[in-house]
Design a binder for this molecule. Structure first.
Ligand SMILES: Cc1cc2nc3c(=O)[nH]c(=O)nc-3n(C[C@H](O)[C@H](O)[C@H](O)COP(=O)(O)OP(=O)(O)OC[C@H]3O[C@@H](n4cnc5c(N)ncnc54)[C@H](O)[C@@H]3O)c2cc1C
Length: 459
């Protein structure tokens, strides 16, 4: 972009426009996943919806390429593209709770920690992901699952309305009664349909939860997974437990003698009656004696930020996912094999439950297609050292290729890895893809919003 265009953009906007010659450029283009190192033409820090409208108009009218940044957590770095302009929503981090209506309005650049902090003051919360540093924007538009999902559904199942800046620069509200087709598409269709400047969520009573972790030696992966696949789907919906392969981190609450050891485990959140927690979690002895078990009452936001320090921004990441309606014996063999060869201390595999309330929503009510899935799985190669980037990527791809035949065929859109290709996007939306492509044609016929898992406008 030439200097004149950059200056014109500065004039058009209230928030700062950061170009390659500015001191803040490297900080502005950096994202959570340090494997992504791209050089946008500019990063436009939007202060409000008016700035987003001006930015979208400017970028479209000047034939520039557009990307949108919420929390910057996407694995493939969808929010920064070489030579494109990033519409950066970081200044739009705000939350307003209406405790009477039990709803929260949330700025488009907010992080999950902002949402949890604001709603917790009223003893309220809504389902979202398991790290406080993830963006509400990308997570919600992809669907969103977390500790409250078995009880209250996906994040999109709790979305009541969204303010959206469309490709033509207009701001509209999407809800069941206004632009219902757009509202349908936003609930799982990713950032394809516009820039969401604010979300409105339904809230639920959530305050203290009992959170915990149980780990078993990695050699017991087969027995533990066989137990977990039977136990969890029939457990009360106020119990959430995601299965993980992991290396025990060198710090509390884990005892020193198991630091650095490969394990399989379950991370728990019991949001029911606190007095029942111990009895409910007594089941952890069923697959064999754990190497360690810990559970304690804590405020919900404390659980939501439990992993923040363990996996800070700046690590190398490569991930891939798939949906599963069952965990077959053959799949368990694959997990057991890769569990014994985790390539780095932070590399992992998680199975996130998406049954319970999430499964009861009608398949055609939202763009999220896989209401028949029980788990959303992710394999993540993670390490601080850029020299290991190739190793973790290879491990992830090999593991995924061996496991994929035992999956339902598509993945949670937010777990599609960099470079997986358009077939994977179609597999994610299955029977909903064509309807999404029609809605895309209506709201973004020129595919201005294509820096995402792209839905191509129908012809
Ligand atoms: C450590 C970690 C833990 C995670 N845990 C979970 C989890 O528990 N549950 C879960 O469901 N997911 C989880 N995720 C995945 C997460 O949902 C995705 O990475 C998601 O894309 C993050 O959104 P973001 O806004 O931070 O990312 P960004 O990279 O900023 O954006 C991702 C995509 O969304 C678009 N976008 C973002 N905000 C907006 C907006 N306001 N309007 C329009 N488009 C927008 C962007 O253009 C881009 O295409 C996790 C990711 C990480 C890295």
């Amino acid at each position: 972009m030439d200097g004149t265009t950059l200056e014109d953009m500065r004039t058009a906007l209230r928030g700062p426009v950061i170009g390659p010659r500015d001191a803040e450029y490297d900080a502005a283009r950096g994202i959570y996943n340090a494997m992504i190192d791209r050089r946008p033409a500019a990063v436009v820090r939007c202060t409000d919806a008016a700035d987003v409208m001006a930015a979208v108009d400017f970028i479209r009218d000047h034939d520039l390429e557009l990307a949108v940044r919420g929390g910057g957590h996407s694995g493939g770095g969808l929010c920064v593209v070489d030579d494109a302009v990033t519409v950066d929503l970081r200044p739009m981090r705000w939350v307003r709770v209406d405790p009477t209506a039990r709803t929260a309005r949330v700025g488009g650049g907010s992080l999950l920690g902002d949402l949890d902090h604001a709603t917790h003051a009223f003893g309220l919360g809504t389902p979202a992901g398991i790290m406080s540093t993830t963006g509400v924007g990308g997570l919600t538009l992809g669907g969103g699952h977390g500790y409250l999902t078995r009880r209250y559904g996906l994040t999109v199942d709790n979305l009541v309305a969204a303010d959206v800046v469309l490709a033509d620069g207009r701001l509209v509200t999407a809800s069941e009664s206004e632009h219902p087709d757009l509202f349908w598409a936003l609930r799982g269709g990713g950032g394809n349909f516009g820039v969401v400047t604010s979300f409105r969520f339904r809230l639920h009573a959530v305050n203290m939860v009992t959170a915990g972790v149980t780990v078993w030696p990695v050699e017991h992966t087969r027995e533990v997974l066989r137990w977990y696949r039977e136990f969890l789907p029939q457990a009360p919906e106020d119990l959430y437990g995601f299965f993980a392969l992991l290396t025990v981190p060198p710090g509390p609450p884990f005892p020193e003698e198991i630091h650095g050891r490969a394990m399989c485990g379950v991370v728990w959140c019991w949001s029911g009656d606190p007095d029942a927690a111990e009895r409910v979690l007594a089941v952890v002895r069923e697959p064999g004696a754990p190497a360690f078990h810990f559970a304690a009452p804590m405020p919900y936001p404390a659980l939501q930020s439990m992993f923040d320090e363990l996996i800070p921004a700046g690590l190398q990441w490569y991930w891939r996912g798939d949906f599963f309606d069952r965990v077959t014996d053959d799949a368990i063999d694959v997990h057991a094999e890769y569990a014994e060869n985790l390539p780095t201390a932070l590399s992992t595999m998680h199975l996130y439950p998406i049954d319970g309330a999430a499964r009861r929503v009608d398949r055609d009510d939202t763009a999220w297609d896989y209401r028949d899935a029980v788990w959303s799985g992710i394999i993540g190669g993670v390490d601080p050292d850029p020299a290991n980037a190739g190793t973790i990527r290879r491990w992830c791809v090999d593991y995924w290729q061996d496991l994929h035949p035992h999956s339902m065929g598509g993945a949670y859109v937010n777990f599609i890895g960099e470079g997986e290709g358009h077939d994977r996007v179609e597999a994610t939306y299955r029977g909903h893809y064509d309807r999404l492509a029609e809605i895309k044609r209506k709201y973004d016929p020129g595919n201005l919003f294509h820096a995402n898992q792209n839905i191509v406008p129908a012809r």
